[in-house]
Design a protein around this ligand. Structure first.
Ligand code: SAH
Length: 216
């Protein structure tokens, strides 16, 4: 019963997002499938299908559903892609990506806080995602072990594009990254011979903290 209700609330949310944002069908299907309520603290589950960020501990937040949808749309994800995510948080965004790229694809999600990484792993397991690897580290350095990546999804705001992320992106690869401290802009970055960077609108994210991030 509970599950049916969650499904219904999820569908209502995703229907309205897809009308408003002109999302591609893969993104809509994935967001209809991934149970966001399993990725938020139990006490907040009733708010899981409102279009709002929610606290997940350590002063961090799970992004609002519309932001996850917009970023997945811009990333232009394809089946079988290898994707690096910086800022695993709850694991929700990684799960939506995993759903789109399928079992031949893989998401490597880096998180700075061990406690959040541990919970993200549990959330992903509960939701049934086996193609996401959550690792602990400073994501401003990327994650060399599995590089290069087809796509990079940065879910915290950086002072600029961290050079290791450009290095670890395949030629022809795409990255989505919020940049700025107080005023933040979302950028789509495409690596060709050089790097093309186009602004996609104002956003609000927690800061990227690390070597190529902010101090705190
Ligand atoms: N994608 C997440 C949203 C998390 S918010 C979700 O779906 O829930 C951004 C996350 O980035 C926070 O958990 C924060 O701890 C993390 N973060 C900040 N700086 C980081 C860094 N240098 N490396 C890895 N993670 C970082």
């Amino acid at each position: 019963m509970e599950n049916e209700r969650m499904k219904e609330l999820r569908k209502r949310l995703v229907d309205s997002l897809s009308k408003y944002y002109n999302l591609n069908e893969k993104v809509v299907q994935a967001m209809n499938k991934v149970p966001r309520h399993l990725f938020v603290p139990e006490a907040l589950q009733k708010s899981a299908y409102e279009d709002t960020p929610l606290p997940i501990g350590e002063g961090q937040t799970i992004s609002a559903p519309h932001m996850v949808a917009i970023m997945c749309n811009l990333l232009d994800l394809k089946e079988g892609h290898k994707v690096l995510e910086i800022g695993a948080g709850s694991g929700y965004h990684a799960a939506v990506i995993a759903e789109i790229i399928g079992n031949k694809g893989e998401v490597i999600a880096v998180e700075r806080y061990e406690s959040l990484a541990e919970r993200a792993r549990r959330n992903l397991e509960k939701a049934g995602y086996t193609n996401v690897k959550v690792v602990v580290g400073d994501g401003s350095l990327g994650y060399k072990e599995y590089a290069p990546y087809d796509r990079i999804n940065v879910t915290c705001s950086a002072p600029g594009i961290p050079p290791p992320l450009i290095e670890q992106l395949k030629k022809g690869g795409k990255m989505i990254i919020p940049i700025g401290r107080h005023y933040q802009e979302l950028y789509l970055v495409v690596k060709k011979n050089g790097v093309e960077k186009s602004p996609k609108g104002g956003v609000m994210f927690v800061p990227l903290v690390g070597k190529y991030g902010f101090d705190q």
